[in-house]
Design a protein around this ligand. Structure first.
Ligand SMILES: *Cc1c(COP(=O)(O)O)cnc(C)c1O
Ligand SMILES: [Zn+2]
Length: 416
């Protein structure tokens, strides 16, 4: 074990707690690996010092997005971040009935329309700071589009392994940003080869292994910091998150715990993992109180961004530690939630709507107090998923050059 406790930030194995200096460590902890299963690293900071230096107060007086919170990000002070002005997204109260005050954290406002921009801002800034010029990841769409955009901005070479289910428009966006795109179902083998044999940087989730980065999830935790300030320096009571690999849940959970270490008061939120009924391995794992996420035999749902057949055990940790829960919603529920958000003027993709679809289920289970702040994470924008929009919207369109035909079409709904 390296003895550098004074050199923060540092990496710590989430399994055995062994620490290391930050670096290009993507295979997980070798000590855990030797005894069977390599656990991922996470980034740790000198919380005592940061609390003493009144970091929370400094943040309260500062604007900005992800980089507003630079004291708790891994990028060395002399490194230049790669940024497209990500973060600082609105927290909006939506017109859903209680119990609970229902808010949405609208991550569709990020540069490429998804919360993944927070991830790649930090992950690729770290890649460049550590001397890597070639980055890769596997994607169902959003992750790759975001990585491609940040690679363009940062002058990095980018290779995306893309699921064939990703919409054509996303594949075009990736290429527009200059990425090479390999479209294939089985992406893991080549990705691992590229990282291990060719030295590419994996801008991919922290777990499950074989390869993952501990740095991207640091970008996600800024979602928690922003919510805390947007609620008037309070924690929400519940945080509902659409989950695939699980960094989306673990990141904000790490963020809420860090706020506590910096001196924030009040109970930590309960984290809720939401998946689609057609692909819910994390929900299955949670209800068995498992420490590993099982593999779903045949994923099938309109919520493609959360349709991974397995997930990271790290998300289960977040659920257990926060005394949270996990549930699955049907594709019909998801479609209804998309329409509901559309009536609020918000266009999300199916995966995002899953968090809102879960509200009614949890209310029926009497999980919310009347005044509980309930935050649903809206992870990604609908515009990048045109087929999904077509599936849930009601058509109200006349395509006709015949003036009289259009006049009578208008009279059909204009009753006054
Ligand atoms: C990637 C993604 C998720 C899931 O994130 P994980 O960190 O893999 O759990 C949820 N929603 C959208 C829109 C996504 O793009
Ligand atoms: Zn370990």
């Amino acid at each position: 074990m390296s003895d550098n406790a004074s050199h923060y930030p540092q990496l710590r194995c989430v399994g055995c707690g062994e620490t290391r200096p930050m670096g290009l460590l993507f295979d997980g902890c070798p000590s855990c690996g030797a005894s069977g299963k390599a656990e991922p690293y996470e980034v740790m900071y000198d919380y005592l010092r940061l609390k003493r230096e009144q970091t929370l107060q400094a943040w309260a007086e500062r604007d900005g997005g992800v980089w507003r919170f630079h004291e708790l990000l891994p990028l060395p002070p002399d490194a230049v971040p790669i940024t497209l002005a990500e973060g600082a997204t609105p927290l909006i109260r939506v017109g859903l009935p209680g119990p609970g005050k229902i808010w949405v954290k609208d991550e569709t406002r990020n540069p490429t329309g998804a919360f993944k921009d927070r991830f790649h801002a930090v992950s690729l800034s770290m890649a460049r700071a550590l001397g890597c010029r070639k980055v890769t990841a596997s994607t169902t769409g959003n992750h790759g589009t975001s990585m491609a955009a940040y690679s363009a901005k940062g002058g990095l070479r980018c290779l995306v392994f893309c699921d064939p289910q990703a919409p054509e428009v996303q594949r075009r966006l990736m290429q527009l940003f200059g990425a090479h795109v390999a479209v294939m179902k089985n992406r893991r083998e080549l990705l691992t080869w590229l990282v291990r044999e060719r030295g590419w940087y994996p801008s991919t989730y922290m777990s499950p292994m074989p390869v993952g980065t501990p740095y991207g999830v640091e970008g996600y935790k800024t979602i928690a910091y922003e919510i805390f300030f947007q609620l008037g320096e309070r924690m929400p009571a519940h945080m509902l998150v659409p989950v695939a690999m699980g960094d989306v849940l673990y990141g904000p959970w790490k963020g809420f715990r860090e706020l506590e270490r910096l001196g924030a008061e009040g109970a930590l939120p309960r984290m809720v993992a939401v998946q689609a009924a057609g692909c819910d391995p994390i929900v299955q794992g949670f209800h068995r109180r498992a420490t590993e996420v099982p593999v779903h035999p045949s994923p099938h749902t309109i919520a493609v961004s959360i349709a991974d057949d397995t997930g990271g055990a790290i998300s289960l940790r977040g659920l257990y530690e926060s005394d949270g829960t996990a549930l699955a919603v049907t594709d019909d529920d998801i479609g209804q939630a998309m329409r509901l958000l559309a009536r609020e003027g918000i266009c999300v993709e199916p995966s995002s709507a899953a968090s809102v679809a879960a509200v009614a289920v949890l209310q029926r289970q009497h999980r919310f107090g009347p005044d509980d702040d309930v935050v649903c994470l809206l992870t990604g924008a609908g515009v990048k998923w045109p087929d999904a929009l077509l599936a849930v919207m009601e058509p109200h369109e006349a395509v006709d050059e015949d003036i009289e035909a259009v006049r009578s079409w208008i009279s059909g709904f204009d009753q006054t």
